[in-house]
Design a binder for this molecule. Structure first.
Ligand SMILES: Cc1cc2nc3c(=O)[nH]c(=O)nc-3n(C[C@H](O)[C@H](O)[C@H](O)COP(=O)(O)OP(=O)(O)OC[C@H]3O[C@@H](n4cnc5c(N)ncnc54)[C@H](O)[C@@H]3O)c2cc1C
Length: 401
């Protein structure tokens, strides 16, 4: 499946950062990671730290799947508001998942600082905007749910939003925990560190076609003619993972994004904040290091890549209109627009952990609008699972929950 349209901003900005050979011989490893997006890179790093001998393969170039299409806002907030997530999965799990999101952003920040990665990571506040007064009741309930859970939130009135952000909204929940990143650059840089420090072997343009399980010697058949013998396989195959799982675990959605030309005097309140709103589908917005405004939304059910991509121009106009309604004083000139496909689950939580129907098989599928935060959470979950340590998130994020 074509998971995204061709010209995403991050690809155009960064170009092809690293290239790798395709696999041309039989080989073996402890851990085989399938998928070289941001999730595969995080897993490779964690497995390297944990001392495993790792091979990573991708059927495309590195980070050419959803990772290079992502608007890459980092949020602890899940698509499902906390108060309604509690109804779906219970108080403890819902609050735990929200709090773990805050920690995941901190963990990612520490990793980026420790490794000195230049990947556009910026700490930001996150402002959730109430767009229609008819949603007032549940929005207030959401604020109280988050406050009671000890999450870092403040309630903003219509007037304070108008004064500080020049935005047209009925109210807002401001969180101090948020960030933005260039996920494409991050993925390449982290994988380079894995190659240098842990001797990670990367093969791109190498498709996983079949896995043959045999006690003590599992084999991945790749690229038509070669075998990789492995002990454990980690699927970081993003939204195409449905192909490997017999039961449908997610619905696919087409989503759209555009980035503006750089804005000469971009106000600080826009630079320091990521925004999303209560419309359905919601509008989301951040700025980039080079002072562009990056806007996403206009989601609709995915039918096929051709239809998705034919709509890019129309969706761009729609997003510009929505942005003008939210920020009437902001004048943006679009530079690049693109489309991608992402998956949503019934409770907006990811699937991360062992797949019990197959031996030594694990998935790290960070579905939803904050897939990257989930992928960061996946590092500890998978590390614990491989080492035989218990981790409560394995239960929260398990298949068949
Ligand atoms: C437009 C858009 C905006 C988004 N905005 C945000 C956001 O603001 N914040 C956020 O957190 N998330 C966002 N997301 C989601 C986020 O981008 C994803 O969660 C993240 O990129 C997933 O990374 P991944 O590595 O799991 O998947 P991918 O980047 O898709 O990587 C999976 C890789 O697996 C490879 N693969 C698949 N099958 C095989 C096979 N059989 N053999 C070999 N290789 C295979 C693919 O080629 C691919 O490179 C957005 C997504 C889109 C499309």
């Amino acid at each position: 499946m074509r998971i995204r349209s061709d010209e995403t901003y991050w690809l155009l900005k960064n170009g092809l950062l690293t290239v790798h050979p395709s696999l041309q011989e039989n080989t073996r490893c402890d851990v085989l990671i399938v998928g070289g997006g941001i999730t595969g890179a995080l897993m490779a790093y964690q497995c390297g730290l944990d001392g495993y001998n790792v091979i990573l393969i991708d059927k495309r170039d590195i980070a050419f799947g959803s990772t290079c299409a992502s608007t890459s806002m980092l949020q602890y907030e899940i698509d499902e508001p906390l108060h309604s997530l509690k109804e779906k999965v219970g108080n403890t799990v819902a609050i735990d998942c929200y709090r773990e999101g805050v920690r995941a952003i901190e963990n990612l920040e520490n990793l980026i600082k420790d490794l000195k990665l230049a990947c556009g990571f910026e700490r930001k506040e996150s402002l959730y905007l109430l767009r229609s007064s008819k949603d007032e009741k549940w929005f207030e309930k959401e604020y109280h749910a988050r406050q009671q859970a000890g999450l870092p939130v403040n309630f903003l009135t219509k007037e304070s939003i108008q004064n500080k952000y020049k935005a047209s909204a009925e109210a807002g929940i401001l969180s101090t925990s948020g960030a933005s990143i260039d996920a494409y650059a991050f993925t390449h840089q982290l994988l380079k560190i894995c190659v240098d420090r842990f001797d990670l072997k990367i093969y791109d343009h190498t498709v996983l076609e079949e896995v043959v399980y045999k006690a003590g010697n599992h084999t991945a058949k790749v690229g038509g003619e070669f075998n990789i013998h492995f002990k454990v396989i980690l699927y970081a195959t993003g939204y195409e993972s449905q192909a490997q799982i017999p039961k449908k675990v997610a619905s696919l959605i087409s989503t759209y994004a555009f980035v503006s030309e750089p804005i000469l005097h971009l106000p600080k309140y826009l630079k320091d904040t990521i925004f999303w709103d209560t419309q359905d589908p919601y509008l989301y917005m951040r700025t980039t290091e080079d002072n562009r405004v990056l806007v996403g939304g206009a989601d609709e059910n995915f039918k096929n890549p051709v239809r998705r991509d034919l709509l890019i121009e129309k969706k761009e106009l729609h997003l510009i209109k929505q942005l003008a309604e939210l920020f009437p004083q902001l004048n943006v000139i679009p530079d690049f627009s693109w489309a991608g496909t992402f998956g949503v689950t019934k409770d907006s939580l990811p699937y991360i952990g062992p797949y019990l129907k197959k031996p030594n098989t694990y998935y790290i599928l960070g579905f939803g609008g904050n897939g990257i935060t989930f992928s960061v959470m996946g590092m500890q979950i998978i590390s614990d699972a491989l080492a035989g340590r218990s981790n409560r998130f394995v239960e929260y994020f398990r298949f068949g929950r």
